[in-house]
Design a protein around this ligand. Structure first.
Ligand SMILES: Cc1cc2nc3c(=O)[nH]c(=O)nc-3n(C[C@H](O)[C@H](O)[C@H](O)COP(=O)(O)OP(=O)(O)OC[C@H]3O[C@@H](n4cnc5c(N)ncnc54)[C@H](O)[C@@H]3O)c2cc1C
Length: 503
C-alpha cells in the first residue's frame, strides 16, 4: 500500500458552480483544521452560465451547509420543481411527468405497479399518473412542502429548484470566503508536471505568481485544464449511445405564472427545455448536429418561446461521456471537467454534489492515498453510467416519427446494463436496482409508463386479491391524492408568501 499524502493546501481551479460548491463543502469541513483552501478563477474567462434545473439532492447538499430551502429560493430567484414534463416524446400530442415522488401504495408488501398492471390487463384505463401526488400537484400548478411525517406512501413526494446558477454560485462563494477560502482572480497559463510520476507540481498564473498544493481539484469546465490538457487522463466517449452533441441556450421574459416543473419538449432532432425562474424563463434546445443544422435548430427553438428574448442565443458543443479517471494522482476533476451528459434529467449539478461529498468523506483525516482514488473512481464511474443508462432509456423508447433521428435512436444498441433492466421489467415488472443509482424505482416507472413500455406480466402472488377489492383500494388512493391537491395552494402563491415573488 502506498503511503498516504497529508493535505495541508488544496487548490480548486475554477469558479463556476462546481468550483464554489466544492469550496463551500471543504471549507465547512476544514473550518477548525489547518487546511488552506485557495480557489483560482479567471473572471475574464467567466463561467458556462447555464445549469438551472436541479434534482432534490441539491436540497440535501445545501442543508448540510446550514442553508434552508427558503434562504436558497430567495437568494437565487428560484422556483420549485416537482418533476419534468416530457412533451411529445411519443408523438406530438403526448405528455407525461416524471415526478420526484412515489406512485401509489404497496399492498401486502407488493409494490403498487403490480396491482396497477393487473387491473390494466383486465381493462382498467385509469392512467398511472393518477396515483402520484407529485404529478398531480405539478399538473395543477400547486405546491406545498412535503410533510416530514407522511401518514402513508401516497403523501410522499420530493422537490428541487429551478435557480439562477450565477446567484447560486455567489451564495456558495460568499459562504466559502466567510469560511476563509482565498480567491485568486487570474488565468492559469501553464501547469507543471513531475517528471517522475506525472503528478501536478505547480500552476503558473498570468499575474506571474506560482501556486502549489497537496491536492488540486479541477473545476475548470469542459476544457479539463489540469485533468486532461495537462495530465492527458483520457475520456470515455458515449456518442455511440447518445447522439445529441450541441445545445443553444437563451433567456426570455417570463409570461404568466411560473410552473413547478421543467419542460423537455421533443423537437425534430432533439428537445427543447423551459426552466421557469421567478424573474425570467430559461430556454434551450439540445440536438444532434448529424440531423439538423444550428440555424434550423435555433430558429425552431425561438419560434416556440412566448416571452421576449432577453439575450443573444449561445451555443455549446459537447461529447457525452466521462473522464476515464476522475481522480488521477494528485488531481480530482469535478463538474464539467469530469464529464457531461445532456441536461435531460438535470443531473450535472447532482453529479457535482456526489463527487464533492465523496471527496469530503475521503479527506476526513485529512490525507489520501491510491486506495481513496480507486474507490472514488469506481463510484463516480458507476454513477455516471447509471445516469447515462437512464437518459438513453428516454431515447430508446421514444415514439416519434417526424425525423430520422428518432428512428435512429430506437435502433441504436444500448448498454448491457440497460437492456438487462428493460428485459426484467418487460418480463414481469421487476425493477432491477443497481448500486450507485441516483434515480429510484419510481423514476424508472415514470419513464416506462410515460413511453408506453408495459410489462407482459405482474407478480402473480397478488392473484389472491379479487379485481373488485383492488379496484376499491386504487379508487381510495386516487381520491386521497385528489383531496390533497385540491386543498393546497398554487405554486405562485407559495412563492409570494415565502420567497418574495412579485409576479
Ligand atoms: C447547455 C447546458 C445546459 C445545462 N443545464 C443543466 C441543468 O439544467 N442542470 C444541471 O444540473 N446542469 C446543467 N448543465 C451543466 C452545468 O452547467 C454544469 O454542471 C455546472 O454549471 C458546473 O460547471 P463547472 O463549474 O464545472 O464549469 P464552468 O461553469 O465552465 O466553470 C469553469 C471555471 O473554470 C475557470 N477556468 C477555466 N480555465 C481557466 C484558466 N485557464 N485559468 C483560470 N480559470 C479558468 C472559468 O473561469 C470558470 O470559473 C448544463 C450544461 C450545458 C452545457
Amino acid at each position: 500500500m502506498t503511503a498516504k499524502k497529508q493535505v495541508k493546501n488544496i487548490v480548486i481551479v475554477g469558479g463556476g458552480t462546481s468550483g464554489w460548491m466544492t469550496a463551500a463543502t471543504l471549507s465547512n469541513q476544514f473550518k477548525d483544521k489547518a487546511v488552506n483552501i485557495t480557489l483560482i478563477e479567471s473572471s475574464k474567462m467567466g463561467t458556462i452560465g447555464v445549469g438551472e434545473a436541479t434534482i432534490p439532492t441539491l436540497r440535501r447538499f445545501y442543508s448540510k451547509l446550514g442553508f434552508s430551502d427558503i434562504d436558497v429560493l430567495k437568494a437565487t430567484n428560484a422556483t420549485c420543481k416537482l418533476g419534468i414534463e416530457f412533451k411529445g416524446w411519443s408523438g406530438d400530442d403526448s405528455s407525461f411527468i416524471h415526478p420526484f415522488g412515489l406512485f401509489g401504495q404497496e399492498v401486502n408488501s407488493v409494490p403498487f405497479h403490480h396491482y396497477f398492471h393487473k387491473l390494466k390487463q383486465s381493462g382498467d384505463a385509469t392512467p398511472f399518473s393518477d396515483y402520484s401526488l407529485g404529478v398531480n400537484l405539478a399538473k395543477n400548478n400547486k405546491f406545498f412542502q412535503p410533510t416530514t411525517s407522511p401518514k402513508n406512501q401516497l403523501e410522499i413526494f420530493d422537490w428541487a429548484l429551478h435557480f439562477d446558477a450565477g446567484l447560486f454560485g455567489k451564495l456558495m462563494r460568499d459562504y466559502s470566503k466567510a469560511n476563509g477560502v482565498t480567491l485568486i482572480d487570474s488565468k492559469i497559463c501553464h501547469v507543471d508536471l513531475s517528471k517522475e510520476d506525472g503528478a501536478i507540481t505547480a500552476l503558473h498564473l498570468e499575474n506571474t505568481t506560482t501556486v502549489t498544493a497537496d491536492l488540486y481539484i479541477d473545476c475548470s469546465g469542459f476544457s479539463g485544464l489540469l485533468i486532461e490538457q495537462a495530465m492527458k487522463t483520457g475520456y470515455e466517449d458515449w456518442s455511440e449511445y447518445l447522439v445529441c452533441d450541441t445545445a443553444v441556450a437563451v433567456q426570455s421574459e417570463l409570461v404568466g405564472e411560473p410552473i413547478a416543473r421543467t419542460v423537455a419538449h421533443a423537437q425534430k432532432a432533439g428537445w427543447q427545455w423551459q426552466i421557469p425562474l421567478q424573474t425570467r424563463m430559461g430556454n434551450g434546445i439540445v440536438y444532434s448536429s448529424q440531423f439538423i443544422s444550428e440555424d434550423e435548430a435555433t430558429t425552431a427553438m425561438l419560434s416556440n418561446i412566448d416571452g421576449k428574448i432577453s439575450q443573444e442565443p449561445r451555443s455549446f458543443s459537447f461529447t457525452p461521456g466521462r473522464r476515464k479517471k476522475a481522480w488521477n494522482k494528485n488531481c480530482i476533476a469535478v463538474g464539467l471537467a469530469s464529464g457531461f451528459l445532456e441536461p435531460l434529467e438535470s443531473t450535472s449539478i447532482a453529479l457535482v454534489e456526489t463527487a464533492v461529498e465523496k471527496i469530503a468523506e475521503f479527506l476526513q483525516q485529512p490525507d489520501y492515498g491510491q486506495e481513496e482514488a480507486d474507490k472514488f473512481n469506481y463510484a463516480m464511474a458507476q454513477e455516471y453510467e447509471r445516469v447515462r443508462d437512464f437518459i438513453i432509456l428516454h431515447y430508446k423508447l421514444n415514439g416519434r416519427t417526424d425525423s430520422p433521428m428518432w428512428q435512429h435512436c430506437r435502433d441504436l444498441a444500448i448498454p448491457q446494463t440497460l437492456s438487462d433492466k428493460m428485459a426484467a421489467f418487460k418480463a414481469n415488472g421487476e425493477l432491477k436496482r443497481l448500486p450507485w443509482e441516483i434515480f429510484g424505482n419510481d423514476s424508472w416507472l415514470a419513464i416506462y409508463d410515460g413511453l408506453n413500455y408495459a410489462p407482459a406480466s405482474y407478480d402473480n402472488s397478488i392473484d389472491k386479491f379479487s379485481n373488485a377489492f383492488l379496484t376499491e383500494q386504487l379508487t381510495l388512493m386516487r381520491s386521497g391524492i385528489k383531496k390533497n391537491v385540491k386543498n393546497s395552494q398554487t405554486h405562485a402563491d407559495f412563492l409570494r408568501q415565502y420567497c418574495g415573488f412579485r409576479g
